[in-house]
Design a protein around this ligand. Structure first.
Ligand code: FPP
Length: 239
């Protein structure tokens, strides 16, 4: 193996798309698709350790998703609450460390309380680092980071000369995570949709036609396995 070839992705990020279409194709309400999607999350989380994936980051709700109907937004928020309550013990027992990224300000306090509790409960775990992006947008994250950085400068704790990519990254929600190696998007759309914009600068992308509720651990394993055969050069030339 050359030193530009990766053995496997350590950090995989997923845009879980297609729940609504999956439900509509079956003549059911969109929320039904989100519930089916939530069941897939568990399957993919369980598959990670055996595949050597140490970090999994999933896009659950974007800063743009508030534009959906009030009923769908409320249904999703209720799904997130119930998911955390139902899965907390299981995730803890499985050694999963859960983190949330995104702006919590707009989220309802009872959901934020559950998110805080789950982060605290699993803070000592290390088998898999699961990050859930909730009210997350890449531009929003970079904007909030820039605002905090500007504040530090205003307070005299940093100089404008200290501002480089590394310093800015320290203010991102993801500051404790490595950059994703592989970003997967389901449902046939080839877009990033404001997900991990900064962090995915050198990520590989995989767009699959499968709708998220149909995305199996077997398909995930195939994509993760194929990653090792890609050559990543990070802007350099072949060795
Ligand atoms: C995109 O499908 C999916 C979402 C906006 C929500 C993602 C949420 C889940 C998979 C539910 C569970 C998540 C957790 C963390 C418990 P879409 O509605 O945009 O589908 P469409 O493109 O077919 O309309």
């Amino acid at each position: 193996m050359s030193d530009t070839e990766a053995p496997g992705p350590r950090h995989v990020a997923i845009i879980m798309d297609g729940n609504g279409r999956w439900a509509q194709m079956r003549g059911r309400p969109r929320l039904w698709g989100h519930h089916a999607g939530a069941r897939r999350v568990r399957e993919i989380v369980e598959a990670c350790p055996a595949l050597g994936v140490r970090y999994l980051t999933i896009f659950a709700f974007s800063t743009e998703n508030w534009k959906r109907t009030q009923a769908e937004v409320a249904g999703l928020m209720s799904l997130f609450r119930r998911y955390i309550q139902r899965e907390a013990q299981e995730l803890f027992q499985a050694g999963v460390r859960v983190r949330f990224i995104g702006d919590r300000i707009k989220l309802e306090p009872r959901l934020v309380a559950l998110m805080d509790e789950l982060e605290l409960l699993t803070a000592g775990n290390d088998a898999l680092h699961l990050t859930v992006a909730l009210n997350y947008g890449g531009r929003d994250e970079v904007t909030r980071a820039a605002r905090r950085l500007a504040y530090e400068i205003e307070q005299g704790r940093l100089s404008h000369r200290d501002v480089d990519a590394e310093t800015l990254a320290r203010f991102l929600d993801t500051h404790v995570l490595p950059d994703p190696d592989l970003v997967i998007r389901t449902s046939g759309e080839a877009r990033i949709s404001n997900f991990l914009l900064w962090q995915s600068a050198y990520a590989e992308y995989e767009f699959v036609d499968t709708l998220w509720p149909d995305f199996t651990a077997a398909e995930f394993a195939r994509i993760v396995g194929a990653f090792g055969r890609r050559e990543r050069r990070f802007g350099a030339v072949r060795a």
